[in-house]
Design a protein around this ligand. Structure first.
Ligand code: ATP
Length: 434
């Protein structure tokens, strides 16, 4: 089933996944804060990406480069000259829009008038600031609009210190900033967001093969984490859609409530970036293949995903409503690896005989998984809350526990309940949660 946009935005707010930034001051459009559950979910998405792209591979290493880099980086990469979107302004209502994202080329989406747009102007998306106490053109710097360039400028540092041979990749997760003309659709398009990017360096003649390989790998990543195949689409860019640096691009699109839209771009960036940095910096960024006795500039395959946008897609994809005994049950069917809380420990009543036992059990499980110990409200309501935030297992301590030293473990998806001896609970959960 597909969930409507407002339902997921309301759930995010009500349960503490995502809040609008600066809400007490009326909110800052285009930036969001991740609450106690949202931060866990976002971390889990990033962790799963890192696990599959770095930890599980001997040919990829990680990097964490600075947000503020030398302006020469952006001069060389072409961002200063051409990281722009076409901006049009409606002369009737003065609202501004990105021309290439308009539903109707000639009609203002805000006031509905036609023929009121100005000529499109190229608007640079980089945030500019100054380094040091004096504001002058000499010390202008930019917040990075992508993590990729931090990787290219460290190519030689990483190659030399890690002693990796081609093909190899360098991965990075981090905050980036783009002064988007029209942010919106919740965390889909914001001005501050997080990217997960990997640059995979290879021999030029092997680039096509590696491109296909990474398209397949990335597809597996989403579906392995439970994203419904029907909701993910791979779309190859037409020649006239390709960026200036790209010899081929695949978009990974997700079926958002407003239609398919981009989650990730996988591009063959050729040797464009390394060559550009070689030219601008005067440093040698070629690679010497000892076996072949050849020196050349490697090609690069780049899977570039948005962490915050992907987190939103996982939330949408997991949302599920079903009828249970005449009631509607809302459940987030998040993959267990993504669920913010893995185990909820719930005493049947607030009575101290039970809550002391449940508190001790929660403490015992806490080093192993994110655990919530919840003693308030009727047990049915507490189950519903845990279902709504996607907690895979609820462990209930009841009055029988005091006699038989056993608890009831309830499965989020099947709602099946197992009676498990307290000293076996950790093992039982480990089998299921990993
Ligand atoms: P768009 O065409 O939507 O502006 P893009 O093609 O410029 O995006 P890339 O530069 O390829 O995006 O960035 C890689 C990924 O970063 C995107 O696939 C997306 O997941 C994420 N991303 C890009 N812009 C934003 C944004 N403003 N807010 C949130 N995520 C973003």
């Amino acid at each position: 089933m597909s969930v409507d946009f407002d339902t997921i935005v309301n759930l995010s707010k009500k349960r503490g996944f995502v809040f609008q930034s600066s809400e007490i001051y009326g909110g800052l459009r285009s930036a969001y804060d991740y609450g106690p559950l949202g931060v866990e979910l976002l971390r889990n998405v990033k962790e799963q990406w890192w696990h599959s792209m770095v930890r599980m591979r001997e040919d990829v290493v990680g990097l964490d480069s600075a947000v503020i880099q030398s302006p020469s980086v952006w001069e060389a990469s072409g961002h200063l000259a051409s990281f722009t979107d076409p901006l049009v302004e409606c002369t009737n209502c003065n609202n501004r829009f990105r021309e290439d994202k308009l539903d109707k080329a000639d009609q203002c989406p805000s006031c509905g008038k036609t023929g009121t747009f100005t000529e499109a102007k190229n608007f640079n998306l980089m945030f500019k600031t100054h380094m040091g106490p004096v504001e002058s053109t000499d010390n202008a710097v930019y917040l990075r609009p992508e993590t990729a360039q931090g990787i290219f400028i460290n190519f030689e540092n990483v190659r030399r210190t890690s002693r990796l041979k081609l093909p190899f990749g360098i991965a990075q997760i981090g905050k980036v900033f783009r002064n988007e003309i029209t942010p919106g659709q919740f965390v889909f398009r914001t001005r501050e967001f997080e990217q997960m990017e990997m640059e995979f360096f290879c021999r030029p003649e092997e680039a096509d093969e590696w491109f296909k390989y990474w398209v397949a790998e990335r597809k597996n990543w989403y579906t392995d984490l439970g994203m419904k195949e029907d909701n993910v689409r791979f779309r190859e860019h037409e020649q006239d859609e390709l960026s200036h640096y790209s010899a081929g691009t695949f978009d990974v699109d997700y079926r958002f409530p407003w239609g398919f839209d981009e989650l990730e771009g996988i591009a063959n960036r050729t040797d464009f970036d390394l060559k550009a940095h070689m030219e601008r910096s005067g440093k040698d960024l070629t690679y010497f293949d000892q076996e072949a006795g050849e020196r050349f500039v490697p090609y690069v395959i780049e899977p570039a995903a948005g962490a915050t946008r992907t987190t939103f897609a996982f939330l949408l994809d997991a949302y599920h409503e079903e009828e249970v005994r005449g009631d509607t049950r809302t459940v987030l069917r998040l993959d267990k690896r993504l669920a913010p809380i893995k185990v909820a420990v719930l005493p049947l009543s607030k009575k101290p005989q039970l809550s002391e036992v449940s508190a001790k059990l929660a403490d015992d499980l806490r080093p192993l998984w994110p655990v919530e110990h919840d003693v308030t409200q009727a047990i049915g309501r507490r189950y519903r809350r845990q279902d709504e935030i996607g907690t895979p297992y609820c462990v209930t301590v009841d009055f029988d526990t005091l006699d038989d030293q056993a608890v009831t473990v309830r499965d989020r998806d099947t709602m099946a309940q197992d009676r498990v001896s307290m000293d076996q609970v950790a093992g039982y959960l480990r089998e299921r949660l990993g």
